[in-house]
Design a protein around this ligand. Structure first.
Ligand code: MN
Length: 233
């Protein structure tokens, strides 16, 4: 195949236990999927239908210890999340069969320009600019379901400069992983390479340059990034 420009690099994530990598296709993100977080965002934490947004594939970064503070925000927030990596195509799957689509799991950060997101919300406009910016989806190495199964519980946590800011258990997800997979597959064809960020627990808060962010989910993995000065001068 000839291209008029050099094709973009395939974004991928490392996988524990192998040199082979997981190629990323789409990045789906679930909003407000823990009750206490829905409350802290000022919304009713009843079981409304899941809602989703996407990040661009190349927002996914791994093995990158330093992430530049993004432009056009004064309120960059951390959101630690369980990430599901899809390994098989799925259309209209039931929650019972949903886990058969899963290749593995990881730990992700849904970095959010909260001020831009809030301004968009207030104006009834899309969240896009608050969520879908460069480097906004750091992710750990994936661990295959073939190794750990399909965890439905485990401590999820995030610290900033060693101080715990977010702490919950993935069993507290309002919409479970199988339910989220079933919901997406009713609306979109899930394909191998898709990632699903499943939502963040309470305790989201601001990051500033030089902050050291660590997070993890027991039994799945850990993630660490340092926020550096803005690359946009
Ligand atoms: Mn999120």
């Amino acid at each position: 195949m000839n291209y008029v420009i050099t094709p973009p690099v395939q974004i991928s994530l490392p996988v524990q236990g192998t040199e082979a990598r997981f190629p990323v296709r789409r990045v789906y993100c679930v909003g407000r999927n823990y009750e206490a977080h829905a409350r802290e965002m000022g919304t009713d934490p009843t079981r409304e239908l899941p809602f989703l947004f996407q990040k661009p594939t190349d927002a996914v970064v791994s093995g990158m210890t330093s992430i530049p503070y993004p432009p056009q925000t004064r309120n960059l927030h951390h959101e630690i999340e369980l990430v599901v990596a899809i390994g098989k195509r799925g259309v209209n799957v039931s929650p019972v069969e949903a886990t058969t689509l899963v290749f593995g799991y990881g730990v992700g950060l849904d970095l959010t320009r909260r001020d831009l997101q809030q301004a968009a919300k207030d104006a009834g406009k899309p969240w896009e600019w608050g969520k879908a910016f460069d480097n906004s989806a750091p992710c750990s190495a994936l661990v295959p379901a073939a190794t750990i199964g399909h965890p439905d519980s485990g401590r999820i946590w995030l610290s900033v400069n060693g101080v715990i800011k977010q702490e919950a258990d993935i069993s507290e997800l309002i919409w479970s992983v199988p339910e989220v997979i079933a919901f997406i597959s009713a609306s979109m064809i899930l394909q191998p390479g898709d990632l699903i960020f499943t939502g963040t627990p309470a305790g989201v808060g601001p990051l500033v340059p030089a902050d050291r962010v660590q997070g993890g989910i027991n039994g799945i993995g850990t993630l660490e990034v340092i926020i550096s000065d803005s690359a946009h001068h």
